[in-house]
Ligand binder design. Structure first.
Ligand code: MG
Length: 280
């Protein structure tokens, strides 16, 4: 889930607190893994919501999106021009859809938050399928560039330069500015804001104890959005397709560790020269 608005709280966790974030990260990863196995034409996003909830509860966790006032589901399911915070529904997914699935878990008061995008191939329109896959791939790789930058950055603001720099080098896709990543810990949305574009603010220092959700949200067209009458679903104003990828990442004394990836982020980071290190 993406953040809007600002909160105030000390942002650096102690080593013991970082260890408490391992289990909610693993529960979140389990929810994404279960949805990845189930996201096919014919399944509804409400069914994916139940699959994610079961995965989180079988891990001993609770779906933390339900802790957001007024939200009653485990996941946000952002299909096609629905870009973020879309409520799951009874429409079966069809070939040619692009769907971003976002979920989080809370365990013992600590939170995880992650998202991935799936493209459902349309064999009657391979050109569209390839274009959507590129949109998802560029978004995913922009996320990994942002995470990799965290391993060497001095300030949080460097993440936005890494994310948007990669997107601009690869495509003419739009990097949304209204929805951003965030600190995470005892609540899902904490300081600092994690922008996906460069800003005049350097942001706080990157040092052990920092935990952030890095989540580029990218569109195939413009970056303007509107909010639907349900007061949740965010739609691209120009109707363009969109993608979102997200992981929760911890900085600790020995390196970085992606809390919401089963391998700590190794598969995404090692090609970029960064080896994640488990939280000691
Ligand atoms: Mg988030």
């Amino acid at each position: 889930m993406a953040r809007r608005g600002l909160l105030r709280r000390s942002i650096y966790k102690s080593p013991a607190q970082l260890r408490l974030m391992i289990e909610p990260g693993r529960a979140t990863a389990a929810a994404l893994r279960a949805m990845r196995a189930a996201v096919h034409p014919g399944v509804t996003t409400l069914e994916l919501d139940a699959i994610a909830e079961n995965a989180i509860r079988s891990f001993g966790g609770a779906p933390n999106f339900m802790l957001e006032p007024g939200y009653r589901h485990t996941i946000c399911a952002n299909v096609n021009e629905h870009v973020v915070h879309a409520i799951p529904n009874e429409r079966p997914l069809v070939a040619g859809d692009i769907v971003a699935l976002d979920a989080g878990a809370e365990i013992d008061g600590w939170h995880g938050d992650a998202a991935f995008t799936a493209v459902l191939p349309d064999h009657a329109d391979l050109e569209r399928t390839a274009a959507l896959q590129k949109l998802s791939d560029v978004t995913e790789q922009a996320m990994w560039r942002g995470i990799a930058r965290l391993a060497t950055a001095s300030h949080v603001g460097e993440i936005g330069a890494a994310v948007s720099g990669y997107v601009r080098a690869q495509s003419d896709f739009g990097v949304l500015e209204d929805y951003i990543g965030h600190g995470i810990g005892r609540s899902m949305h904490e300081d600092p804001p994690v922008f996906n574009v460069p800003t005049p603010r350097r942001g706080p220092e990157v040092k052990p104890g920092l935990v952030v959700a890095i989540e580029p949200i990218i569109s195939a067209g413009g970056i303007d959005t509107t909010i639907e009458d349900d007061n949740w679903t965010v739609t691209m104003a120009d109707g363009s397709m969109s993608a979102q990828w997200e992981h929760t990442v911890a900085v600790h004394e020995r390196g970085i560790w992606v809390l919401t990836a089963d391998d700590g982020g190794a598969s995404g980071l090692e090609p970029l020269g960064v080896r994640p290190v488990p939280i000691p």
